[in-house]
Design a protein around this ligand. Structure first.
Ligand code: ADP
Length: 373
């Protein structure tokens, strides 16, 4: 049972000497991060490379200490506690198995360190092998260099599980596997996480994986948490343009526009805004965001979109029209049998459109999540 809290955590890697030498100081890898990971919850962490995802994991694990702020485990201050005393299971992308030990030796090493009896070791190994599923015991007899990537990762995860961790920290654990194996392994990992209800932070750069693994998703940029919430929160009510553009595939189209009273002006085109929306928006430049499914095709007040190509998605019985609207990259969802044309008329479905402040990029208007079920 572990609830973890980060309170106003700052982590700056630069040493003071570097700053005086170069006169340049890197921005903090974590810049006043506050978050709570509830007991038994899995939070997926996403964000561009260098945004601080791994640093966040290391600070939670105690492998890096914050410059300021606190890390609490179940309400107790663990900021200065050594990693080996935190009961954390860390799974990295490169497995880090002991190369000279068979699968079994890799799992047992921990028991040797902790001086457990033979009988205890065998019982724990057996229980873990059963949990890890079909054929896992076969892997225990093999050396790491005879195992495939997926098999190595299963051993690495099992090695974490035998330690009975309070907390799992996974840093892109399946990024090195091929696509098919990734799919299978992520299902296995999720099953294990649910079975054990172990509190988990799961770093990935793959959005689908983040959605699949996480009860909630944390979007980071420049060492800051831009938003932490369910997928629906992030998709339908993004805090800002960054989150809106980061979440969703294909991505939202973002168009620079101007609010003039009840009109939204895009290039030469003027749309009448619904009164409810117009009343919410200050006049001046904004960013209009429209997801592929948020466009109406061939509406009477449509603007002309140039279509470069049509991507068919038979499993969705749909296609994407990919092109531009006043030189801005635009993607529109259409029927599977939509004809190959070079131009279509498009209008935002105002119930599904997003408006952002042109400067701060904060959301000024977002749609509510549809009642899907
Ligand atoms: P991510 O996991 O999102 O790619 P990291 O947490 O690895 O990001 O890195 C965040 C920032 O901190 C980056 O600017 C990176 O260059 C810097 N950084 C990470 N580790 C170190 C380190 N050991 N020494 C100095 N800078 C580091």
């Amino acid at each position: 049972m572990t609830k973890v809290e980060l309170i106003d955590v700052v982590k700056q890697y630069d040493a003071i000497e570097d700053v005086t030498l170069t006169g340049y100081r890197n921005p903090p890898a974590l810049n006043h991060v506050t978050m709570t990971i509830e007991d038994g919850e899995t939070i997926s962490i996403v964000g561009p490379s260098g945004c601080g995802k791994s640093t966040l994991l290391k600070v939670v694990a105690g492998l890096e200490y914050p410059n300021s702020g606190r890390v609490l485990y179940n309400g107790q201050d663990f900021t200065e506690i050594k990693p080996q005393e935190r009961g954390v299971g860390f799974v990295f992308q490169d497995y880090a198995l002991y190369p000279t030990k068979k699968g079994k030796g890799n799992l047992q090493y921990f028991f040797e360190v902790r001086k457990r009896s033979e009988a205890e070791q065998e019982a724990q190994l057996k229980a873990t092998a059963e949990l890890m599923g079909v054929d896992f015991d076969l892997l225990l007899g093999q050396m790491p260099d005879t195992l495939s990537g997926g098999q190595k990762q299963r051993v690495a995860i099992a090695r974490c599980i035998v330690r009975d961790p309070n907390l799992f920290l996974m840093d892109e654990p399946i990024v090195n596997l091929d696509a098919k194996l990734r799919e299978r392994t992520r299902i296995e990992i999720k099953k294990l996480l649910k079975q054990f209800a172990i509190t988990t932070l799961y770093v990935t750069h793959d959005q689908q994986e983040a959605i699949f693994m996480g009860d909630r998703i944390c979007v980071m940029r420049h060492g800051v948490i831009e938003q932490l919430g369910s997928f629906d929160d992030l998709y339908y009510t993004p805090a800002n343009l960054f989150v809106a553009s980061f979440i969703g595939t294909p991505p939202m189209s973002v168009l620079p526009a101007v609010v003039e009273g009840a009109l939204l002006v895009l290039g030469e085109h003027r749309w009448n805004l619904p009164a409810a929306l117009a009343g919410q928006l200050p006049p001046g430049p904004v960013r209009l965001g429209v997801r592929p499914e948020g466009w109406l095709l061939d509406a009477p007040d449509g603007a002309s979109m140039q279509v470069r190509h049509v991507e068919r998605i038979p499993t969705e019985r749909a296609s994407f029209l990919i092109g531009s609207l006043y030189t801005n990259a635009t993607i529109v969802l259409a029927a599977l049998d939509h004809p190959h044309v070079t131009q279509v008329q498009v209008t935002p479905d105002w119930e599904r459109a997003y408006i952002f402040d042109a400067e701060s990029e904060a959301a000024l208007w977002t749609p509510s999540a549809p009642d899907l079920f």
